[in-house]
Design a protein around this ligand. Structure first.
Ligand SMILES: O[C@H]1[C@H](O)[C@@H](O)[C@H](O)[C@@H](O)[C@H]1O
Length: 599
């Protein structure tokens, strides 16, 4: 704990850059301070980030407003190129998790013997297991060595994993390859959205992160389509795996020449490099504005202290759990990823062909491609609306659609009278014959397509906006926890879905997913603030003192409708006392605001 006589000022600047509100505060003590071992006296980075020197002038405050001035900027060509290059990780994620369903069908006895159902299951889930393991540490490593090096590390794992599989003649070699590839997938799933969030201008951040989601869903679709295309080619699965080498090699080579994010460089105090990259990102900006941006980000910057990686990691975990705004960010990040997985989408991704075959479709892979295609197309819709109607709104539209569709599925399965017997093979009591195609088959298809659309527009992509929830100091750790939740969910659902069909019937399974979706609606309604259009550094203020849903909606609307208005607010009064000041009207209408205003 530390008490001091620090003081700082806060201010609001209007669109003409007039200072309209300024206040000096004295800070007596810092309550949310955590420390350990050799860092007994370090201030919480959250707290440090908020100190602005008392000698600041009006000009300084004007400088502070550059943060928002920048973020009205359109993404430069460099940002676009970097987003697409980073999204190759998303493609690898989608492709590598997608191709296995066709590979297991065509693999025959290429690995020296006919594989049992259990062996195929292990081969499938080895990638998810690898991803689960690597995602736990990827964020921490990204904070230590940088985002760019982590992306390149994931490429090496992709390449090694793919080579091992391509040349595999035994089950062990194949499973090892799938596992190593999975390590790359876990890292890539975390690092690409993080890298993009840190580069993107605020008003385009949502959309640019969705490009990575498009790459994931596109990768899955391509894997399905290519898989279906080469299903009759002898050892065609080797071609399927081999294709994945190409994007990883391209990404590896390109990132040799690409920069790290300015926010990471500032975190490491490499200010000159950061400003030269910012200049390349915001080409048309005046160098003095760039200087102000670096200045402002470095004021807000903080790194978890510690002499060793272990101490830093330990302190980072303390900070994420002990600072209430960070804990709220963690609840949201992990909560959204939990609901993304436990509402059942991946059960469809992995087993839709089985389900459709069971209910009597002659060409189940085509229907699966239709479901994956819907996921891809509605991710494009999300791309167009996420930064305009907002993340909360897309979730509040998508989740109820999913719930309705899941209920419809549950009802249809009841009428179809499907039964899954024994744990290894799905058996239907319903046999499709000419003219035997019931209305419920059509209802199942339609409801699965509605489910896919509702999923893709909201919960399929919004959780990947996770990096924006966390302040710089704990962004890596926070993103790691959320990504790990995703992979735990993915693994659990894929490992238990067939058993659930058998034990609680298809109707029961889809009803369970509907109930979880219902809970997700409440979770989003009460816990997920609208972060669209908010500067990364502002999010922490939103999460100070509560989830601040109403306030966030107001702030986000204000940002989106008044992009010309410069506003700056700082809240230093500890977690619970935060008052969010966003606009002049906030100030004049909020009786809780301090009265000693200098204007
Ligand atoms: O965002 C992605 C996407 O929705 C994929 O389709 C799904 O398979 C993944 O699990 C998810 O994380």
């Amino acid at each position: 704990m530390n008490s001091g006589e620090n003081h700082y000022q806060e201010g609001i600047i209007d669109s003409d850059r007039n200072l309209i509100y300024k206040k000096r505060h004295d800070v007596q003590n810092s309550d949310n301070i955590v420390g350990d071992d050799d860092e007994t006296n370090f201030n919480s980075s959250t707290q440090n980030a908020r100190f602005i020197n008392a000698t600041e002038t009006e000009e300084d405050l004007n400088h502070n407003s550059t943060l928002t001035a920048f973020d009205d900027a359109k993404p430069s060509s460099l940002v676009v190129v970097l987003t697409f290059l980073a999204s190759i990780s998303g493609f690898m994620f989608g492709y590598d998790t997608g191709y296995i369903s066709s590979a297991i069908v065509t693999i025959g006895n290429d690995l020296g013997k006919e594989l049992t159902y259990g062996e195929k299951e292990i081969m499938t889930s080895a990638t998810s297991l690898g991803a689960l393991i690597s995602s736990t540490i990827a964020g921490i490593i990204a904070d230590l060595i940088g985002r760019r090096k982590v992306i390149m590390g994931s490429n090496l794992l992709f390449i090694l994993g793919a080579l091992l599989q391509c040349g595999a003649h035994s089950l062990t070699a194949m499973i090892s390859g799938r596992f190593i590839m999975g390590l790359g997938v876990g890292i890539g799933s975390l690092i690409a959205p993080l890298y993009i969030s840190e580069l993107a201008p605020t008003n385009y951040r949502g959309r640019l992160v969705v490009i990575n989601c498009l790459a994931i869903t596109g990768g899955q679709l391509i894997a399905y389509a290519v898989g279906a295309g080469i299903s009759r080619v002898k050892s065609g699965w080797r071609i399927l795996v081999g294709i994945s080498l190409f994007p990883s090699v391209v990404q590896l080579i390109m990132f040799l020449f690409m920069p790290d994010t300015p926010r990471f460089l500032i975190m490491k105090n490499r200010l000159e490099e950061a400003s030269s990259i910012l200049q390349r990102i915001y080409k048309s900006s005046d160098p003095s504005l760039i200087g102000s941006k670096v200045y402002e980000l470095s004021l807000l910057n903080s790194e978890i202290p510690g002499n060793s990686a272990l101490t830093r990691t330990k302190n980072g975990f303390k900070e994420i759990f002990q600072v209430p705004s960070n804990l709220r960010a963690l609840i949201i990040g992990c909560g959204l990823q939990f609901f993304q997985q436990f509402t059942g989408w991946n059960a469809l991704m992995y087993f839709s062909a089985t389900i459709f075959e069971t209910i009597g479709f002659n060409n189940p892979t085509v229907v699966s491609i239709l479901v994956a295609g819907t996921n891809f197309i509605f991710t494009i819709v999300a791309f167009f609306v996420i930064d305009t109607i907002g993340r909360r709104s897309v979730l509040m539209i998508g989740l109820p659609c999913m719930m309705m569709a899941l209920l419809l599925c549950a009802i249809s399965f009841q009428f179809l009278g499907i039964k899954f017997e024994d744990s290894s093979v799905a058996v239907s009591t319903y046999h499709s014959q000419e003219g035997d195609f019931s209305i419920w088959n059509v209802v199942v298809i339609i409801s699965m397509i509605i489910f896919a659309a509702g999923y893709a527009i909201g919960i399929g992509n919004v959780p990947w906006q996770q990096s924006e929830l966390f302040p710089q100091s704990v962004r890596g750790i926070g993103a790691s926890c959320a990504t790990t939740t995703n992979w735990i969910g993915s693994l659990t659902i894929s490992a238990t879905f067939l058993t659930m069909l058998q034990k609680i019937t298809p109707s029961g399974t889809f009803l369970l997913f509907a109930i979880i979706t219902f809970i997700a609606i409440f979770f989003v309604y009460f816990c997920y603030p609208e972060l669209t259009g908010l500067e990364l550094e502002e999010v922490q203020n939103v999460l100070t003192g509560g989830f601040n849903i109403e306030k966030s909606i107001e702030m986000s609307r204000h940002h989106r409708t008044n992009t010309g208005t410069q506003h700056h607010f700082v809240d230093y009064d500890g977690d619970e006392a935060g008052i969010l000041i966003n606009s002049v009207s906030d100030y004049t209408s909020n009786p809780k605001l301090p009265s000693n205003v200098i204007s």
